[in-house]
Ligand binder design. Sequence first.
Ligand SMILES: NC(=O)c1ccc[n+]([C@@H]2O[C@H](COP(=O)([O-])OP(=O)(O)OC[C@H]3O[C@@H](n4cnc5c(N)ncnc54)[C@H](O)[C@@H]3O)[C@@H](O)[C@H]2O)c1
Length: 397
Amino acid sequence: MKRIAMLGSGFIGRFYADSLQGQRSKDKIVMIYSRREEAAQQFAKDYQCEHITTDMEAAIAHPDVDVVCISLPNNLHEPAVMLCCKHKKAVITTKPLGRNAAEAKRMLEAVEAAGIFNGYLEDLVYTPKFIKAYESVKNGALGRILWAKSRETHPGPHSDWFWDIEKAGGGCILDLGCHCVEITRSFIGKDIKPVEVMCWADTQVKPIDAEDHSIGLIKYENGAIAQFEVSWTFRGGLDLRDEVMGTEGTIWINNFLRTGLEMFTTGKGADYVAEKAESNSGWLFPVGDEINDLGYNHMFTDMFNSMEKGVEPRETFYDGYIVNAVLDAAYKSAKTKQWEPVILDIWRGQTGLSKESHLINYDDNYYLVKEEVTHYGAKKVILKNKATGVIEEKILE
Ligand SMILES: NC(=O)c1ccc[n+]([C@@H]2O[C@H](COP(=O)([O-])OP(=O)(O)OC[C@H]3O[C@@H](n4cnc5c(N)ncnc54)[C@H](O)[C@@H]3O)[C@@H](O)[C@H]2O)c1
């Protein structure tokens, strides 16, 4: 059993607590740190925590605490991580790791210098649908991955600090794009280097300094392309969708709005439906088990199993740093309207890749372009003559 200090008793702190202490979990939140004593007391009551405090360092340093789980606003991730390094406590932190790559790099270097366990809590690469899709991709069911797209849009976050560019570090690009970058990067291959970003961003609706809508493209060194679509102005709930396209196949994932469970109600007796649902009457799309379907259970299982085995989890601070570096390039591109390089002072994957050969041999003289059976029963092949470059078609018997 691991004894956890939860830093922050808000939205994600409670989702995490529901996952950590749900079902028959053996790990236990023994300490809650919150700014306000009443909030800490309520959390301690709801999750049966032994200790409460309004002093962050006291929570981290407490001898009963093995692991610190950071569920604080983005501007507090770095100070909290530095205290974990000081007190040599294992640390797992919510996304985004930093408000920018410079902060993320400092955190990565600090945890590695301190020699402490570090986990990056990117739940959306642990959803049951993602895990199944990812296994298929790794087993080659989609061939060479050409394009991966991830979309996260909703009507905007639930707390004041998200809307304050200084505290949050950015708008929807940072808040939601961090998920999309890690999802698409995982499908393309985490050892493939992201090299350039082109991004459009604007503040179309909200009275804020940050962007509330953005679309971006990320080029990878092997020629693959990733795409993110993020918004704080989308109406209709939380739209979480991914698409992957490879030379041998395609995957479409819908995590939230169309999961196969559809319900109509006049609203009588209606209550909470799902995260960011905008209505609780009419036709609704409830989510079967949000904690599990959002990946929290599989994520914490990986984190705590890895901690016990003394190995790295699937998502570490290094991954959080790469994500921040990609998003820094996105912000720069949104300003310059140019492709901007991803600046990676630390890179541990492959280097020097180029677009892999994509030509399929048909025979000694031809490459295959395409084959098809038509509605009138002909089997056709389109071929490219290797010597002349001429495109020809053949009808097969
Ligand atoms: N799916 C996800 O992974 C996911 C979802 C939501 C939020 N998050 C992340 O979780 C973090 C917290 O977001 P949230 O949605 O829980 O926010 P929240 O506002 O609901 O909760 C934040 C918590 O931090 C505390 N806090 C706020 N300002 C503080 C300060 N100055 N000093 C000390 N404590 C302070 C609040 O009291 C609260 O307990 C953010 O980094 C956010 O990006 C992740």
